[in-house]
Design a protein around this ligand. Sequence first.
Ligand code: SF4
Length: 632
Amino acid sequence: MAIRQLPVLDLTPRPPSTPRRAVSAPGSLGEFATDDLAMPAFHVWTLGCQMNQSDSEEMAGALLAAGCSEAPSMEAADLIVINSCAIRETAEAKIIGRQGQLARLKAANPALRVVLTGCGVRVENRDRLARRYPAVDLFLRPDEEPELVARLGLASPTAPGLLAPPRPAPAPFAGTLPSVDIPPAADALPAVRAGAVEEGRVARRSAIQAWLPIIYGCDKTCTYCIVPFSRGPERSRPFDDVLEEARALAAAGYREVTLLGQNVNSYGHDLPPEPRFAHVSRSREIGRQIDLEGRPDIAELLRAIDGIRTADGLPAVPRLRFITSHPWDLGDRLISAMAECPSVCEHLHLPVQSGSDVVLRRMGRQYSVASYLDLVDRLRAAVPGIALSTDVIVGFCGETDEQFRETLALLERVRFDTVFAAAFSPRPGTPAARLPDDVPPGEKRRRLNELLALQERIGWERNRAWVGRETEVLVDAAERGRSHDHGDEGASHAGPLAGPGPGEARLGGRNRENRLVHLVGSPDLVGRLVRVRVVHAGPYSLAGTLLDTADAPRAAGASGAADAPRAAVASGAADAPRSAGASGAADAPRAAVASGAAGAPRSAGAADAGDTTDPAGAATRQPWRCRSGRRS
Ligand code: SF4
């Protein structure tokens, strides 16, 4: 059987070593059908933050809709899509380190083609990219990702997928573009997303938790960050499009929805004012002033999604989160919405980056330590018990030991629940790359270790306060036993929990405060909200005993419910420390990626928990799923 030719990539047919799915054209295109047509099998490798994960869901959905199938591994793929992260050096090094393997795969399979996209691809670094990533055939900037299928030559009229006619061209972008070269394609992202959702072309990995992008790009000027250069200016999705997607997710039985953006708190400032939002009156309390009157904001969005209710008046999406928040735009309207919307979880990720005003100024963060602490106090007053997590960069250009100690003092003062810390590494093309990187690597490591040790103590103390309390857990994983799981390591994160009995499994999930909680129970509880009594606290997770289920099983027939991942296996388990040099990244199934793209050096030394589709983890992956039910 011949493989469908990819004109751009000049894909050469190869003898089929693995069975390929034959493709049948829909009736309306029957006259164009080619009997022996087969489409490439693809594999997506995603690094980095939730926005990348969400983008990968869209790309996978587009490929599935075009008739491709998902390959179980890189080795079995005809097409490898690498969704890169450029937030720190190690993420790029990881892809560079795979070039040899990719070259070997291409030698064994001349039909194989490799696409690199994500934040690592920018306008100005195309020439350098070809040298750094010799095994890559096609580079796509993040805003070009919607063109993936077309650029691969899979979007022709004879392509046997479910591609719909193109949506009308979006209105010209009316915002202010920065000086970087942002092509017009970037302006189409909100409309492209709406089309993908409408046509069931978003392939979600989970049937329990969903990403919902609300704003693309970033207008901030943090000097260490590449995101404004790779993802362009802020572009909000239309309010009704977001709401419509939230409604669809609720109808499909999703228990948790996370609104995504590099800076979600900026949502809406670039949308036109509308009479229905005339009551929205706000201004920035810190930073550059812009006209925000009469436009929707994230508070309005949270209230609208919270207002989607079931017949018995409960929030149809029981858990609502949003990430990442920049302190600039976190005003009283948002804090009130968090306090008043029952579905909004009692957790906020609020990157602080440094506890020194001097360093914050050099970082271009536009807030002071005092204004950050004021925000923390207001949040805690409005939302009692709220859990706070943050990002910290140590060893930024010119950081003195005294300034580093100010960061330690901030951690002592705020007592964050979780801190994601990393040593500064300059990113080419950012303003900070022109500053002297003058903290020696050994000193960066020392500061990082000291900070992580401090946070481990604080985090453990905060976790101990949970022992004896009841908490609601959304069970999202049945943990697969490991060959060494009978030893101390396996037992440590489960604390004094008895091992699973007949018909039971070790389960994992998050409470509303985003703490990882382990328990034992029926695997059927995956996807359910349960009540748990906490009986053990480790530095990075809790363990508890099941009290009861807090909600009914998801409605039969709800899309996605029937095939909810019963074993979305957190085989890496839970309670390993995030110390520098730790390779397990164990306590991190979601939290470690919860730092978002925003300034987002993850927990130092942790093995990139955001690397969610690394081939090494292929055994734990779930197939992509579209609304149409297509799956590989
Ligand atoms: S750190 Fe966050 S807020 Fe700052 S430029 Fe990067 S994405 Fe924007």
